[in-house]
Design a protein around this ligand. Structure first.
Ligand code: ATP
Ligand code: MG
Length: 184
């Protein structure tokens, strides 16, 4: 069994808390949210589909199944790390540190998503990470918000529609960004 504690804690969203364990990111559903476990299957399906694509300009963590932890069942993903070993920051925490880069990075995220066209339903400042490699280049990682829950997965089948959806869902990202800039 894997033992997780506050030393391994990375962050949380509405559904899950995330911890690191070696090169893995272990996600635990908040109590009472495990009814939403089904959402993870549509997520994993899209992660796998994207993982098969070559020359992807996005980092998309691989899924490694479940493991028992002291906090309950954990879902295991690749951990996104910078070249110096630290866990890559969310878009939000990165621009908090480097606000002058916000417009450039926003445009880079949008262009990368439009190019790779993953099927996403929730694009937020905290579902996108910015990884810095050894050459100090930035790479975009998408760590959450994958999949679609309709029976016929039309966005998955038609990249044009996936892009249209990204365009629509990106409005939330831009709204959050505007709010961030306003309250800074
Ligand atoms: N693979 C990963 N590598 C590094 N950090 C990660 C990874 N996955 C998640 N995180 C961190 O954990 C946080 C919460 O993860 P995640 O977005 O998967 O949770 P969630 O509850 O599904 O979120 P939401 O509220 O968007 O539904 C992220 O914002 C990020 O800081
Ligand atoms: Mg999230």
């Amino acid at each position: 069994m894997i033992i997780l504690n506050s030393d391994n804690y990375i962050g949380k969203g509405k559904l899950r808390r995330c911890y690191f364990n070696e090169d893995q990111c272990i996600k635990i559903f908040h109590e009472g949210e495990d009814v939403r476990v089904h959402t993870i299957w549509k997520e994993i399906r899209e992660l796998k589909r994207m993982a098969r694509k070559k020359n992807l300009n996005l980092i998309i963590p691989k899924y490694h199944g479940t493991k028992e932890t002291n906090l309950g069942e954990g879902h295991v993903f690749d951990l996104v790390r910078d070249a110096d070993g630290t866990v890559s920051p969310t878009f939000k925490s990165y621009i908090t540190q480097f606000p002058e880069q916000v417009q450039l990075l926003r445009d880079k995220v949008y262009a990368s998503l439009m190019r790779a066209a993953p099927v996403l339903y929730d694009i937020t400042l905290e579902n996108i990470l910015l990884q810095t490699n050894a050459q100090a280049e930035k790479h975009i990682a998408v760590i959450d918000g994958f999949g679609e829950d309709t029976f016929i997965r039309i966005n998955t089948m038609v990249p044009f529609l996936a892009r249209k959806k990204i365009k629509r869902k990106f409005k939330k990202f831009d709204r959050q960004l505007a709010q961030f800039i306003e309250t800074r």
